[in-house]
Design a protein. Structure first.
Length: 417
């Protein structure tokens, strides 16, 4: 079956758009894009001023109005005037990023977008309608019932960009859960895994290599597979508590993992006697990662303040939507955040349809210093950054006291909308 099939809608039908902007090349670019795309969007009117638009709307109906913010300054009553016409949504286009950051939208059918944004985001804004009185559809979600009735939690940490701290967060989250007496298995599914380095595991550690080799031989015995997994798991000590670690195999072996083989490994891991499984992954949208995303009960997206890198998250979100896991808990984590950056988090939340669940402050020198020495920060309980890792662990298993976690999960008042 085609997951993109839209019931009850003929291919000839589309959402109609009117563009109001002084720049003819901008209008032409958008019109040209939708003329050649498969999106259900069609530009039917272009103009420079709201006067042009009012005249057109007097005898025509348009679904979506794409209006440059500057055009509204000539008519203080623009919103009230547009309400008299049969229009579903208004998207204001800002040419300066600070306008997107500082503008507070008070009308439910009005959205805001930065002008120099990839067209995929324009389309997403156009197709995301919100009935009056209802909240917007948010991709990040927490299903309380699923949390309570999930026997074995699988928490996947993923980012579309390398070097954002995904492994560090996964390692320290697993460590914090272990220190709370949970029997945790940390699994490294990254193409170039670094979990073994974080714990100074022996260089000869094969990790998943033997497991992949077993599957490549076409063998189907589940008991044998379970035993191969057990033999591949190492145990590390954290303040006297035991954390189990299954490190990544060689890059060649990890790249060879198919969807079916990854599914079999995940099924086998769930047969082992662990309270929860924490999984680190790489940036690629391979069959391996798609399987992990499908199997996860808790999915953590890790981003930084690198705006360009965050656009690539959209393709990941689209894939996960198609996996249709309505009971999956999803969270957005911002790592290495610094107040002085002035990063437009509210715009990113709107673009991704995600709400930020936790923020980890910028502590690069401290984090890297301990990582270079093979010291997991959970072994230094006095470090303030551990409160942020506990906040993330608390999202998986709410069992930490208020004083143990970061205030408001690091979401500072006035910084995050």
């Amino acid at each position: 079956m085609d997951a993109d099939f839209i019931p009850g809608r003929h291919s000839s039908e589309s959402l109609t758009v009117a563009i109001i902007d002084q720049d003819p090349s901008y209008r032409a670019d958008i019109n040209r894009y939708y003329e050649h795309s498969d999106d259900l969007v069609s530009v039917i009117f272009q103009g420079e001023t709201l006067t042009d638009l009012y005249e057109y709307l007097g005898s025509n109906t348009v679904d979506i109005l794409l209006i440059n913010v500057e055009a509204t300054k000539a008519d203080p009553a623009w919103y009230r005037n547009l309400l008299t016409y049969d229009t579903q949504k208004i998207i204001l286009v800002a040419e300066q990023l600070h306008i997107v950051q500082e503008t507070e939208l008070i009308h439910e059918n009005v959205d805001l977008i930065y002008k120099y944004t990839p067209m995929g985001t324009y389309t997403q804004k156009m197709l995301s309608f919100t009935p009056i009185g209802q909240d917007k559809d948010i991709f990040t979600s927490v299903n309380a019932a699923a949390k309570e009735h999930t026997d074995k939690k699988i928490s996947l940490f993923y980012s579309p960009k390398g070097g954002v701290g995904t492994t560090t967060i996964a390692v320290n989250t697993a460590a914090q859960l272990t220190l709370k007496d949970k029997d945790v298995l940390l699994v490294d599914f990254a193409l170039f895994g670094h979990v073994s380095v974080a714990f100074n595991l022996p260089q000869g550690t094969k990790g998943l290599s033997d497991v992949v080799t077993y599957l490549e031989q076409g063998r189907q015995d589940d008991e044998e597979l379970d035993e191969v997994l057990r033999q591949s798991i190492e145990t590390v000590s954290l303040q006297g508590k035991k954390l189990s670690v299954l490190s990544a195999g060689s890059p060649l072996k990890m790249a060879a993992l198919s969807l079916d083989h990854t599914d079999r490994i995940m099924e086998a891991l769930q047969r082992l006697d662990y309270d929860m499984i924490v999984v680190d992954s790489s940036t690629d949208l391979s069959e391996r990662n798609i399987s992990l995303m499908s199997n996860a009960t808790d999915l953590f997206f890790v981003l930084t303040t690198d705006v360009a890198a965050n656009w690539s998250m959209l393709s990941s979100v689209d894939i996960i939507r198609k996996l249709h896991r309505p009971l999956q808990n999803r969270y957005l984590i911002i790592n290495a955040y610094h107040d002085s950056i002035g990063f437009p988090i509210s715009e990113m939340e709107s673009m991704l349809s995600m709400k930020v669940s936790a923020v980890i402050p910028h502590k690069y020198e401290q984090v890297q210093g301990y990582a270079n020495r093979g010291i997991v920060m959970a072994e230094k309980p006095a470090l303030k950054i551990n409160k942020h890792y506990r906040s993330i662990a608390n999202l998986i298993e709410p069992m930490f006291e208020k004083k143990e976690v970061a205030k408001r999960n690091g979401l500072r008042k006035g910084v995050l909308a």
